[in-house]
Design a protein around this ligand. Sequence first.
Ligand code: ATP
Length: 352
Amino acid sequence: MSGVTLTQAVKKYGDTQVIHNVDLQIDEGEFCVFVGPSGCGKSTLLRMIAGLEETSAGQIDIGARDVTHMDASDRGVAMVFQTYALYPHMTVEENMGFGLKMNGVPKAEIKAKVGEASRILKLDDYLKRKPKALSGGQRQRVAIGRAIVRGPEVFLFDEPLSNLDAELRVDMRVEIARLHKDIGATMIYVTHDQVEAMTLADKIVVLRAGRIEQVGSPMQLYKDPDNRFVAGFIGSPSMNFLNGVVEGGKVRIPDLNRVIEANVTLPGEGKPVLVGVRPQHIRVSEQGDDLTLDIRERLGGVAYDYLLTKNGDKITVETDSDEEIDEGSTVTIEFDLENTMFFDGETEQRLR
Ligand SMILES: Nc1ncnc2c1ncn2[C@@H]1O[C@H](COP(=O)(O)OP(=O)(O)OP(=O)(O)O)[C@@H](O)[C@H]1O
């Protein structure tokens, strides 16, 4: 088992640079998740570690080995893809053991390894079936099994759950968390689903346009984001951002017709700031008419109120389902300074 270290890793396609000097340390046994919007370079970075994409500059180490220019098959990694790519004419057992068979591993050893993977993944009842007789979730378990039997130092997952329906995704997410707990291997996992990132990761790497925005544990990123991008990306529903402007050492929020205190170092008079508040830290109040309660969604235990400012900007508020204010009412919001974050309106960096 080994950790993974990226040092100034760069990827270019011709003149287009898609990964910009990434430095990253993934510790041995860690579950590391790459998240970010479509096109930010998550898959490219994973494929560079796997050896499926050449690294244009910089270095990749797995454990103590520099693998930057090594073939994928020599790196000691196993990758699980979004599409399972199982051989249709082979049984589950044959699919899982095929890589070992090609490498000339003795039959008895293959059987033992497949048996162990099948036990971990609860596939014992399916070993003699062909892939077409399996559900999507079972097929993905076979694909994971195929990775396990190879005994890799590092598991790489590229959006492995995105072809599954919502309910199955939750089940498989729990399975993958359990697998990590059971075998304790280093795992790197790409997703654009921030709930998957929050629930699975020891360490989240937030990427944007080929650069790392922030690295930290899920709760570090949630509680202490460095910039507006991370603050808006981590947490569901997303943080609200109200436009503000510095006025006499405080922040004026035109949409709420209100000036609030700020316990941070603000930019100069007249400069823009963004006031960030999470949906669960806002209360809707009927003592004002700055906003309109547009729609309420009741999910059972919680409800979401979608408010509109006079400019048509949306503010999301988490409430309990018993709240009785009518849709269409004019309202305002209250929130506490201790649950408010401030961001520079120009650089979007967090103000502290
Ligand atoms: N062969 C290629 N030639 C040129 N550009 C490419 C090539 N492959 C990928 N890119 C670009 O590299 C960037 C990163 O792509 P990548 O697939 O890693 O993103 P991603 O974050 O995994 O996105 P998604 O979530 O949509 O899969 C994108 O802007 C993409 O257009």
